[in-house]
Design a protein around this ligand. Structure first.
Ligand code: PLP
Length: 403
């Protein structure tokens, strides 16, 4: 295709994005896709030879690089090699896969579990396998993109309720026909805001209106609950979530996604969901790493204690500097900037002072709600967090975001 001689919609979209990125790069405001050369202790990274404090990682418990987990992965490579060369249903199921699924089911207090090769693929395939034309899905307005895409792909009637607004959800449930299949779906911890879904109320509404409930625990696994087992432990509310979804790529330092549920649901997904049937199995090393990571979480509870202390220090410190951190209660800490330009400028100030944070701008978040999306983990030292907050504070003052 000759870009200079076409002006169809595709060409215009590609050009618009190319221009937007070129513009950011010209103003030294482009900080995406930076190559990390090395992971260093204390949640630091080496970028272009510079040591930076990492405040954009989802390794909430600092498990990436854990010796036990690395060792498990290496052993699996020696035993099974590096790939599965096929789908689970045919020749791709290894003992490490079934072991991992048992570990997940136990960890999540469920009868059974199924794994897929990414969290994104998990939401897409599970939602579109469970739901179809004529059914109704109810999704929080700021749910993760993979949930939105799964709902659209399902072909079901798609209803979005205002963020964590239970009255709005009830209104939508009430308006749906009483005899159709309904699914309510939400993030446990919202990935851009860090706040927690009102699970007790959602459960009550699902019972009242006879709806299935699916919760995405990408940011609550290892984070919520006294032992880190997630949102059910946090609210002491077990057995009410029908489809407990999560990823193996955040707290768990691997890749992949899972669903934990009743045996019948897992059997159904294993024989109906297309990402399971038509896509190759999780590589052995990644399955073994994930399996070991769930055990490390339970064996090393000090990690969650550290995460909770660090989270408190970070949110409290940023608030006292005058920043708006929305309603976060977790390790995801939005630092509200307003316009996209401000979020980019804040990022530049932080990055130039070796604090690795990234901006989230429209359309990923609503216009006017652009932010730094900072994360804190168990691997940060309190003194390092102080230093990062100093730098964010100086940047905020310099740019007039705080007084
Ligand atoms: C990251 C994320 C996913 C996707 O998980 P991957 O394993 O990275 O594909 C799904 N849901 C939420 C809420 C996420 O934050």
């Amino acid at each position: 295709m000759d870009f200079n001689n076409t002006n169809d919609a595709v060409t215009r979209r590609i050009k618009a994005m190319t221009d937007r990125i070129h513009n950011l790069k010209t103003h030294d405001l482009y900080f995406y896709n930076q190559p990390v050369e090395e992971m260093l202790p204390g949640n630091k990274v080496l970028v272009r030879g510079r040591e930076m404090g990492m405040y954009a990682s989802y390794s909430y418990l600092g498990l990436v690089g854990h010796p036990r987990i690395n060792e498990a992965a290496k052993k699996a490579v020696d035993k099974f090699g590096t790939g599965t060369n096929g789908v689970r249903t045919l020749a791709g199921t290894l003992t490490i896969h079934t072991e991992l699924e048992e570990t997940i089911a136990n960890f999540k207090h469920a009868e059974a579990a199924i794994t897929y090769t990414s969290g994104y693929a998990t939401n897409l395939t599970v939602i579109s396998t469970m739901m179809g034309r004529g059914d109704y899905v109810f999704s929080d307005k700021i749910n993760h993109a993979s949930i939105v895409d799964g709902c659209l792909m399902s072909g079901a009637e798609f209803r979005r309720f205002r963020h964590n607004d239970m009255e709005h959800l009830e209104g939508l449930l009430k308006n749906a026909p009483s005899d159709v299949a309904k699914l309510v779906i939400a993030d446990s911890v919202f990935s851009m805001d860090g706040d927690i879904i009102d699970l007790p109320k959602v459960v009550e509404l699902c019972k009242k209106y006879n709806a299935w409930l699916m919760i995405d625990e990408a940011h609550s696994l290892g984070v919520l609950g006294e032992k880190g087992t997630g949102i059910e432990e946090h609210f002491n509310l077990y057995g009410e979530i029908d489809i407990k979804m999560g990823t193996l790529s955040k707290t768990i330092p691997s890749v992949g996604g899972y669903v934990a549920a009743k045996q019948e649901i897992i059997t159904y997904l294993r024989h109906s969901s297309r990402a399971y049937i038509f896509s190759a199995a999780l590589p052995p090393a990644q399955a073994a790493a994930a399996n070991e990571a769930f055990k490390v979480i339970l064996d090393e509870p000090w990690r969650l204690e550290r995460l909770n202390q660090n989270t408190k220090q970070f949110i409290g410190g940023l608030k006292s500097l005058g920043f708006d951190t929305l309603l976060t209660e977790t390790a995801i800490v939005p630092v509200l900037c307003g316009e996209d330009d401000m979020a980019f400028a804040m990022t530049r100030e932080c990055q130039h002072n070796d604090v690795f944070v990234l901006p989230v701008v429209s359309p990923a978040v609503q216009e006017g709600l652009a932010r730094l999306r900072a994360t804190v983990t168990a691997a940060h030292e309190p003194s390092e967090i102080e230093r990062a907050m100093d730098i964010i504070g100086v940047a905020g003052k310099k740019l007039g975001l705080v007084k």
